[in-house]
Design a protein around this ligand. Structure first.
Ligand code: ATP
Ligand code: MG
Length: 330
């Protein structure tokens, strides 16, 4: 079935079929089917423990599937492991740089590891350090760089071989807004050069730049589409309410056929035509309304509606382990 040798330039960037991954009793992926086109900027969103890192680590050839298949640029990740590795770059959720080495040496090491001639590796390292704004700190041990600089160095490391496809697994986690903006402006230049970018994030504004988004929850894809399609799929709009007694307001609303959800210290109600009901709500709610807001659904609303949790974390699903204390918007 796999064709490990022949390059396939027409093949999609990523092609996943019936992918299942079990860690003992934990079924992290429960049958994923997914195609990412060449040159796409594709986001995989999902709550903690959804299976994002597991999918990335299979695509990056670091773990093998329990069932099903995965191809990157037409090559099977199991049968053509080395060829797949030579065409992809990955920024892991966990740090991968050597902290004691300088930034430049980290990049040189990566280049030499992938077989670049020494002079070419030096050239490539300087080029990347310059374009990512790291030239001034390139010759210090990586552990002395700021968090944002270290994340950029991780990106540079992934780009040493000028990969056709770049995987970013929560690559900007914990960075401030400026650092994230400058990280993404570099990533966008890759897209402009026809590269494929497949990424995960818990930051909504990063997800908005994707051409398409797959929403994954408990090992299954629960929605797939452009950001616009996903948002319009909810229909209507969102009413957010703050009152002096939200539980009482929620009971009253539920009694009248609304489906309020407690969220971010207030109530959220999805409605086909908010404008037609808000005046009535304000008149009749038996509690004092402190604030009411109506807006078109955001990606965050889509996420909450489909997974019951917020994009930036929230309560873990029952029966799913939660590791570490990650997530959380700045
Ligand atoms: N090595 C492992 N052994 C056992 N279970 C694992 C292992 N790695 C991951 N899991 C479990 O598989 C599930 C999916 O984990 P994964 O890391 O893929 O989630 P994720 O979507 O990347 O989450 P996060 O947003 O927290 O990074 C979780 O229930 C997790 O606890
Ligand atoms: Mg993860």
């Amino acid at each position: 079935m796999p064709s490990p040798i022949s390059p396939n330039t027409d093949a999609p960037a990523v092609e996943v079929r019936g992918l299942v991954k079990k860690y003992g009793a934990v079924e992290a992926l429960k049958g994923i089917d997914l195609t990412v086109g060449r040159g796409e900027m594709f986001a995989l969103l999902g709550p903690n423990g959804a299976g994002k890192t597991t999918l990335f680590s299979i695509l990056a050839t670091l773990r093998s599937p329990t069932e099903g298949s995965a191809r990157v640029l037409g090559r099977d990740v199991v049968g053509a492991r080395d060829a797949v590795r030579r065409q992809m770059g990955i920024v892991f959720q966990e740090p991968a740089i050597e902290r004691r080495l300088t930034g430049r040496d980290n990049l040189l090491l990566m280049g030499l590891f992938y077989g670049l001639p020494t002079a070419a590796a030096h050239r490539r390292a300087s080029e990347l350090l310059g374009s990512l704004g790291l030239a001034d700190s390139a010759d210090r041990p990586a552990e002395t760089l700021s968090g944002g600089q270290r994340r950029k160095l991780e990106l540079a490391r992934a780009l040493v071989i000028d990969p056709q496809i770049l995987f970013l697994d929560e690559a900007t986690l914990g960075l401030d807004v400026d650092a994230r903006r400058s990280f993404w402006s570099h990533v966008r230049t890759l897209k402009e050069r026809g590269r494929t970018v497949f990424f995960t994030t818990h930051y909504m504004e990063e997800a908005e730049v994707a051409d398409r988004i797959a929403l994954i929850d408990s090992g299954r894809i629960v929605a797939l589409g452009t950001p616009r399609e996903l948002k319009s799929g909810l229909g209507g709009g969102v009413i957010r309410l703050n009152t002096d007694d939200d539980p009482a307001a929620a009971r009253w609303l539920t009694g009248r056929g609304f489906s309020p959800e407690a969220k971010e210290g207030g109530l959220m109600i999805l409605h086909a035509d908010p404008a037609s009901v808000v005046p009535e709500l304000l008149r009749n709610l038996p509690v004092t309304v402190q604030r009411v807001e109506v807006h078109a659904p955001s990606l965050e609303d889509v996420f909450v509606e489909l997974t019951g949790r917020g994009l930036a974390g929230g309560a873990p699903p029952t029966g799913t382990e939660r590791r570490g204390a990650e997530g959380g918007a700045p």
